[in-house]
Design a protein around this ligand. Sequence first.
Ligand SMILES: [Zn+2]
Length: 408
Amino acid sequence: MILFKSNRCSICKVNRGYRFCLKTGKNICWHDCNELRVDYKCPDACKYSLIKHQNSVSQGLLQYKTNADSQTEFQDLLKKEMDKWIINPQEVFNGKIPIQMIENEQGKKEIETLFNNMNTLNYVPLIHLKERLKLDNLKVKSHIKNYEDLAFEFLNIIIEQDWSKLIDFMYNQEHYKEEKYKLNFIRRISGNKITKKIKDYDLISSALSEDKNQALVFFEVNGKYDLTLIFRKQKDSWRLTGKIFGKPELYNGENEAIQQVAVLLSKNQLSNVYKLLQKYSSIYVDSADFQYYWGLYYTFAKNPQKAKEFFFNTIEIDPSFYEAKYNYALILHSEKKIEETKQLYEEILQVAPKEIKTMNNLASIHIDEGRYKEAKNLLEKCLKINKNFEIALKNLDRVNKLIDSVKN
Ligand SMILES: [Zn+2]
């Protein structure tokens, strides 16, 4: 009787067995799939089997049709093929064996000439061949870092727990120059109970969006957790927009999850909102939306201290999220932290210049501090946008009276 089915690769027993192998009839990992398929004897029906392209120049080397779930996997496959190629007789060299050819300069030159004249694509790791055969004159294109390379670097830094270094990978990073955001980022990421325990990882797959501006890189970490890193192109380099503790498919489910929470919150079903937020915010750990909904939840639950913490997380993740900034500022305003409040209201008006609630609140700070003219300007602007905005009408009335009393 089988009590539970292992999800490990049936060959190495270490990595996740994510792929059904038609040759062995078992689930295996891509590392072992590469070991197996490089002999060109996999069943044709398998989409991962190698199909050689015969080409007079290269004799099919590095040219075949197959599938790979990541660039790393494909590069590994190419390296394995190179390893095999160098120890076998090659027709292109009249049956000579590359590893023996390099014993003399003439042989080395023959190999270098072949590859230097071949138009290999950018992703072919010729550097591997160069190093294995010590081909000093082999021209190698410099490797351009892709999102998988960055994902490895990012995870290595997590393992080292050098938290502040992670900011360099972030898509939105300008605002982290401000100490309060930087500290919050570190507190949030180092406080995640899975993140701080990450010791090792194995890449499973990666996928590029149709417009090629977004990439999802999927890992298994610590031999059990799913982790998807989301990258977006910023100018010419890749930057991280967030992590999902789950499979990449979950990326498309985020909006629906947000909707579910929003509906329950509008019905004031707080205990259900709490349960859903617990579930979703442990998956979508870097989602500004779920942090915002936690803020709203605690506002409804009359816990302004907690609400403040989550509204701040929201603006740390997404500084353009002005509804969160407004709610955060409102709590500071009620705590009479006027300078900070004022700065936040001004920041909101820079991105949302027609935000009348913010204008009115800022106007009332101006009134309290005796800047009646500035207050009056703001309130008039406010009423131009919405002439029935009652609090602004009252405030304008108040400020007009104050101006009159100063004159008299
Ligand atoms: Zn394996």
